[in-house]
Design a protein around this ligand. Structure first.
Ligand code: NAP
Length: 315
């Protein structure tokens, strides 16, 4: 079948575009279905200072546009569409978009994870301008400021403790009295004198200045109904992530939180299907680690295609 592709990459963040670059340079003519949030989470950031090779930092969208151009330069075909379904139970694999149906011998899944947000009207517009979902990425910008972390899980504790390296004071806001975080993480956070606690409370609004920078938040105690305005320069939302794996549920092995399980590099539970980036990583979640695993998936796909059984290669 002439229209069977060697590799389809689903997703166009650092993982997907690195997989595309490597498979393109291996002359596998990859097709990248970029998804609705083309470029991934870095498109929502401003200055990225922790991607090696940019001593003065690089704007997230600029980095992603360059990665895309680099993959295209070597022959990756990028399709502007969202995948609506996949069939991994047949060979070749089938990938459907609203307008087309693609078939492929190997598949690289790089659909990422989405940070959960609070759902406030002001939230999306202030991401990268004082609201962040990544302490490792943005903590440095808040040296000497008062900031807040929202959430009661391990991520919130970890981020709050990490942020005390930079911030003057970190206020942790959690919607219940009891924290969800493990005891060891709670103890570490509670022992830190730079962390203040507002429990049984929800962030109702995040206030911005005329310049569009965060200046404070309105917090409502859900037991008493009392509201307070807390001046902060930044709000880190750490209420969990959702891996984008709905397409693969029932076809690939997922962990209890819905992340794709990879073994032996980027291999999933189906031969010829590889996963990279945040869709299979709830620990590191960095652009550079996503790019690294994208490279691994490309090399794994290349090896797979080199050794593909004859009867599968001919389809
Ligand atoms: P999580 O454990 O699901 O915790 C999410 C927290 O956010 C919960 O406290 C939850 O409140 C709160 N929350 C959820 N939706 C909210 C909303 N709309 N408004 C306000 N608060 C909301 O997520 P996570 O902390 O990202 O951790 C995910 C997994 O990674 C966990 O298994 C965790 O153990 C692991 N992890 C481990 C480490 C480590 O060991 N170093 C570090 C980070 C993460 P409720 O408690 O009321 O539900």
């Amino acid at each position: 079948m002439k229209d069977v592709r060697n590799v389809i990459v689903i997703g166009s963040g650092p993982a997907g575009l690195t997989a595309a670059l490597y498979t393109a340079r291996a002359n596998l003519k990859p097709v990248v279905v970029e998804g609705l949030e083309a470029g991934g989470q870095l498109m929502l950031t401003t200055l990225v200072e922790n991607f090696p090779g940019f001593p003065k930092g690089v704007m997230g969208p600029e980095l992603m546009n360059d990665m895309r151009a680099q993959a295209e330069h070597f022959g990756a075909e990028i399709v502007r569409a969202q995948v609506t379904s996949v069939d991994l139970m047949t060979r070749p694999y089938v990938v459907r978009t609203p307008d087309a149906e693609y078939r492929c011998r190997s598949l690289v899944i790089a659909t990422g994870a989405s940070s959960r947000l609070l759902g406030l009207p002001s939230e999306r517009g202030l991401i990268g301008r004082g609201i962040s979902t990544c302490a490792t990425c943005d903590g440095y910008f808040f040296r000497g400021h008062d900031i807040a972390v929202v959430g009661g899980g391990d991520s919130a504790m970890e981020e709050a403790v990490y942020l005390t390296r930079f911030a003057n004071k970190v206020t942790l806001v959690h919607r219940r009295e009891t924290l969800r975080a493990s005891k060891i993480m709670q103890d570490k956070a509670r022992a830190n004198p730079k962390i203040a606690w507002i429990l049984n409370s929800e962030v109702e609004d995040i206030k911005a200045s005329d310049k569009g920078e965060v200046v404070g938040m309105v917090v409502r105690n859900n037991q008493t109904g009392e509201r307070q305005e807390v001046p902060v320069a930044g709000v880190f939302v750490a209420i969990g992530h959702t891996p984008n794996t709905a397409l693969f549920r029932g076809q690939l092995e997922l962990d209890q939180n819905g992340y794709i399980i990879t073994r032996d590099g980027s291999k999933t539970s189906i031969a010829g299907v590889f996963a990279c980036g945040d869709v299979q990583d709830h620990v590191y979640r960095q652009a550079i680690t996503a790019a690294g695993t994208g490279c691994m998936a490309a090399i794994d796909a290349e090896h797979y295609l080199d050794n593909i059984p004859e009867h599968l290669a001919s389809v």
